[in-house]
Every structure is written in structure tokens, then in C-alpha cells.
Design a protein around this ligand. Structure first.
Ligand SMILES: *Cc1c(COP(=O)(O)O)cnc(C)c1O
Length: 467
């Protein structure tokens, strides 16, 4: 669509004197704003009739791509379907109209949701206590590391300031450790992407008494289960460090195993990834932190009240609708879907680490490197076919990383269509590489210059016009 209502800014659609509102009658009398606080001239607001406004924003909204209008196989940051029932529960006026400062005896229902959700999370993770306060995964990491820091300080073990982070970790792990005032030491991965036990051993023999914690993501960023956890956990605990589990994407573990049983002391969960809540564009989220018994007294106050309460309601509704039986199917289904796609595509896309993956896996570009078609080109061409691109060029372990996570709740039909399209693109790369290299062709905006956009961002319309 390319008409006046679509391509323009709302300011350009403005016509002097047009309006689409009528204010209610003022029932409160006049309030006199002191002269020096008043505007010198009217605010430059657009003047539009209601139909123009509605059409303009409706057309703009159709430019968004989300889980609700298509398959979104973004690896490392689970983007899954969020059942609408959860939205309805969070919107119930009895929840939505609560005020955090109203008398405690009137908020018993909300308190119960928080308590019951924490209890369910303890059950699912094998940990002892949870706090719902953190607002996001990274905030949860910071909270968990604060717990660890306070634990060591409580024993006057002040020299433990090092956090071990595997080189394949999510970028927020080292960032959170730094924000917490701790130092980061990296431990290398083996060629199969799992932690190199020998490097870890060497590190611990030199720095053991300075280690505050080791942060791990399992399954790791390549979707591989860390088989050495019992050995890793023993090494770190033996030298007095604690084990931190990044459970942002807990779906592959549901029904398979529990971080608490694997010896982890502290973890966070991204409710917005694992237990529903639409979270594109940066929010809202919740990163509850769980700890083993004896650490709960170190929970810091990282937000007022109960954190993002509406996210907690959605998570609790999700857990209840799956129930004790079906929640056990989440991990196996996420694993099955990822392996199915991997196996159906590995003859045309380069699979650097063969074998069973968990909820996600990484290709290293197309198998046939002679066409010159890159992972970027494949990702752009997917847009033409109506898909969100997978995660690309992460992890950094391979040059042409293409990281796919289908999630547990996609149907066989959706997954099969995606496989067909990925195969079609691989074929196009051979027969008509230019078509793929110049993609996308069907989107409102073609290929943007990523470097220019990053180096010279134009964040206002005026800048764009002046350029
Ligand atoms: C998404 C993610 C995070 C960060 O979560 P936010 O809610 O975006 O702060 C941390 N670790 C892993 C493994 C993740 O996938």
C-alpha cells in the first residue's frame, strides 16, 4: 500500500483546524498557571480528523512483525506465542486497577498470585525461594550476583571478586557482573561449544580463592546441553565459589531436569521468554531470581512492590493452563522441533556441530560457499517470504552464524513450510544468487546500510529531511 495515509508522518497529514476529539466539560473550575510557566506559543501538535488518525496508525501497525502474524525463529531469545487467555487474566480489573499503596488487607488475591507463582517456580527449578522483583533478565542477573556478593561478604570473604563467564555466554552476563562491581574472567569453549574443563581447572588452581561465582547458560548458546555440569559444579564449589544459572530460556529444561538438582545456587528466569508475555521492542519483562536454601536473606530490594506484577499474572496463568502434566512436554517439544528443522536442512546449510541439540541450534551459513551468498543475504531473503529472520552473526564462534529456535508451540505445518522456504533460498543461492543478495524485495524498505545506521543514526524526522 502506498497512499497518503501510509507513507507520511502524522504531522504531514495535519490540516489547520481539523480535530478528532472533544474534551469533557471542565468540572473543576479554572486553575491559573503562573504566567512565567506558560508557553509562549502553541505546541506544534498535528491537527487531524479521527479517520485520518485511525487509518494512519492502523497502516503503520501493519508494518510490525510479531509472533502474532508470523513465524519468528529467533535463537537465543525465545520469541513464542503468548496465549490470549493470559492477557485476559492480566487485564482483569481486579488486578489491573490495584494501587500498590492500597491497604494490604485489600490485596490478598494479588499477594496469593505472587506466592503461588514463586511456589511453582521453586517446584520447576528445584530451588528454595524466589523474588519477583527484577524487571528483566539482565536485572535478574544483577540481583542474583548481588545475592552472591552479599553472601561472600557475610562471611567476610571479601577477596572473591571474580566471576567466571564462558566465552559463548549471552552478552548480559559479563555486563551484569561489571555493573555489580565484580571482575570478569572468561573461560574458553571446546570446538563443540561446551565449557573447556581443562581451562577451567587451570583457572581455578590459580584464582580459586578469588572466585565469587561461575555463570552458566544451559543448554548453552549453541543449544547444547553441558554434560560436564557435575564436574564443573564440584570444581567451583570446592574452591568456595557459587554456581549461577542463566535460565532466561528455561523452556528446554521443563520436564527434563532442574537447575537446583544440578547443583546451581542462584538463577534467574525470564518470565517473558519462558512463561509468555509479549516482549518485542524491549519490554515489559520480569526476571525472578531463585536461590537455594540459606541464601534468601540476601535478596536485595531492586524494585518497589512486586516488580512487574502483570507479567507475573501472565506467567502464573500460563503455568496453570499447562498444568503439571503438560508443562513436562514443553522441553521435549522444543527439542523435537529444533532437531527436526536441523535434520531437514543440514544437507544444504553448514552444521558445524552435529548431534542432538536442545531448543535451538546454529548453522554456519550455506553449505555451498561458492555462491557468495551470506547469512545476511539468507536472513534478508526470509523477510520476502514473510518470516522474521533467525538470530544472525551470534554466537561469534562461527563466521556465518545463523541461529534458529522454533519454540515448543509451533505446529508441524508451520515448521514444514519454513523448512521448504529455507531450502528454496538455498536453491536460489545457486540458480540466481543476485536475487538473494539484493533481498528483501517485498518489504516497504529495502536493504538498509547497517553501518551507516549505527554510525550516523538519524533519530528525528528533521535530521532525515536535512540529510
Ligand atoms: C534474553 C536473555 C538474557 C537477558 O534478558 P533481558 O530480559 O533481555 O534482560 C540473558 N541471558 C540469556 C541467555 C538470554 O537469552
Amino acid at each position: 500500500m502506498n497512499n497518503r495515509l501510509y507513507g507520511n508522518l502524522i504531522f504531514e497529514l495535519s490540516q489547520p483546524g481539523r480535530k478528532g476529539y472533544s474534551l469533557p466539560k471542565n468540572r473543576f473550575g479554572d486553575y491559573h498557571v503562573p504566567q512565567e510557566l506558560r508557553r509562549q506559543e502553541d505546541a506544534a501538535l498535528p491537527e487531524c480528523d479521527e479517520m485520518t488518525v485511525v487509518r494512519h496508525y492502523t497502516n503503520l501497525s501493519a508494518n510490525n512483525f510479531g509472533v502474532d502474524n508470523g513465524f519468528y525463529p529467533l535463537g537465543s531469545c525465545t520469541m513464542k506465542y503468548n496465549p490470549k487467555l493470559n492477557e485476559e487474566m492480566a487485564a482483569l480489573p481486579q488486578f489491573a486497577n490495584l494501587h500498590p499503596l492500597q491497604p494490604a488487607e485489600t490485596t490478598k488475591g494479588a499477594e496469593a498470585v505472587c506466592t503461588l507463582l514463586c511456589r511453582a517456580l521453586c517446584e520447576l527449578t528445584g530451588l528454595h525461594a524466589f523474588t519477583l522483583k527484577p524487571f528483566a533478565g539482565a536485572h535478574g542477573e544483577l540481583t542474583g550476583l548481588m545475592v552472591i556478593k552479599r553472601y561472600h561478604e557475610s562471611r567476610s570473604d571479601d577477596k572473591r571478586r571474580l566471576v567466571i563467564v564462558p566465552d559463548s555466554a549471552h552478552g548480559t552476563n559479563p555486563a551484569s557482573a561489571a555493573v555489580c562491581g565484580l571482575d570478569i574472567v572468561e573461560v574458553k569453549s571446546l570446538s563443540d561449544g561446551t565449557v573447556d574443563l581443562e581451562s577451567l581447572q587451570t583457572l581455578l588452581s590459580q584464582q580459586g580463592e578469588n572466585i565469587a561465582a561461575m555463570m552458566m547458560t544451559n543448554p548453552n548458546t549453541l543449544g547444547l546441553f553441558e554434560r560436564q555440569i557435575p564436574a564443573i559444579e564440584k570444581l567451583v564449589h570446592d574452591c568456595g565459589g557459587l554456581m549461577y544459572y542463566d535460565g532466561a530460556n528455561l523452556n528446554p529444561m521443563l520436564g527434563a531436569c532442574r537447575p537446583g538438582d544440578m547443583g546451581f545456587d542462584v538463577m534467574h528466569i525470564n518470565l517473558h521468554k519462558t512463561f509468555s508475555t509479549p516482549h518485542g521492542g524491549g519490554g515489559p519483562g520480569a526476571g525472578p531470581v531463585g536461590v537455594r536454601e540459606g541464601l534468601e536473606q540476601f535478596f536485595p530490594e531492586v524494585s518497589p512492590y512486586h516488580g512487574n506484577f502483570a507479567v507475573a499474572i501472565r506467567a502464573y496463568a500460563y503455568i496453570l493452563s499447562l498444568g503439571r502434566e503438560h508443562i513436562k512436554e514443553v522441553g521435549p517439544l522444543a527439542t523435537l522441533n529444533a532437531n527436526y528443522i536441523k535434520e531437514q536442512l543440514k544437507d544444504v546449510y553448514e552444521l558445524p556441530i552435529d548431534g542432538l541439540c536442545k531448543h535451538e541450534f546454529v548453522f554456519d551459513g550455506l553449505k555451498d560457499k561458492s555462491t557468495g551468498v551470506t547469512t545476511m543475504d539468507v536472513a534478508k531473503r526470509l523477510l520476502d517470504y514473510g518470516y522474521h529472520a533467525p538470530t544472525i552473526y551470534f554466537p561469534l564462534l562461527f563466521h556465518e552464524s545463523l541461529m534458529i529456535e522454533p519454540t515448543e508451540n509451533e505446529s508441524l505445518e508451520t515448521i514444514s513450510e519454513f523448512i521448504q522456504v529455507m531450502r528454496q533460498i538455498a536453491l536460489e543461492a545457486k540458480t540466481d544468487p543476485e536475487l538473494v543478495k539484493s533481498a528483501p524485495h517485498n518489504t516497504p524498505i529495502g536493504r538498509v546500510d547497517d553501518v551507516l545506521a549505527a554510525k550516523h543514526p538519524m533519530v528525528t524526522y528533521r535530521q532525515l529531511k536535512e540529510a
